[in-house]
Ligand binder design. Structure first.
Ligand code: TYD
Length: 138
């Protein structure tokens, strides 16, 4: 994982180790927004990729809590990729970042924390439209 990257912002959660690994996250202390929604993805088709959108306002942190996943991030002028494995390390996906989730494994489980409740109007699902909007950002 590349911690020096400008697009890839990783968040390492505190971990308690006793007879298990226990990770925890609190809004503000570890997550840079108030968590309004969580969702998780299991049993994804390993032949298909997911994502292919950006959000106008929603910010997210994605944890791969089992298996592995590769995330491609794109700010309209630069693309970077990062592989996440089951750990307490989350990937911050800011608003206006086009993201793609590739290389799902059979056992991959993704847990996502989001700053907004679901709103389809917050999605940009057209890549050309995204690029146009992203390039207006100073
Ligand atoms: P989408 O965000 O496109 O999934 P992914 O990022 O994994 O490709 O969502 C897939 C579908 O699920 C889409 O029809 C919207 C719906 N959905 C909700 O209703 N609520 C949610 O919180 C999320 C994340 C998705």
């Amino acid at each position: 994982m590349n911690r020096k990257s400008e697009l890839i912002r990783l968040i390492e959660l505190p971990k308690i180790e006793d007879d298990c690994n226990l990770f925890y996250a609190e809004s503000k202390n570890h997550i840079p927004f108030l968590i309004k929604r969580i969702y998780y993805i299991t049993n994804a088709n390993t032949k298909l990729n997911r994502g292919y959108h950006a959000h106008l306002k929603n910010q997210q942190i994605l944890f791969c809590i089992n298996g592995s996943i590769t995330i491609v991030l794109d700010n309209g002028s630069k693309k970077e990729r990062v592989k996440l494995k089951a750990t307490g390390i989350g990937l911050f996906i800011d608003k206006m970042i086009w993201h793609e989730m590739i290389d799902f494994q059979k056992d991959t489980i993704l847990l996502i924390l989001a700053s907004m409740i679901f709103d389809e109007k917050d999605y940009i699902r057209d890549y050309e439209k995204f690029k146009k909007e992203a390039n207006k950002i100073p």
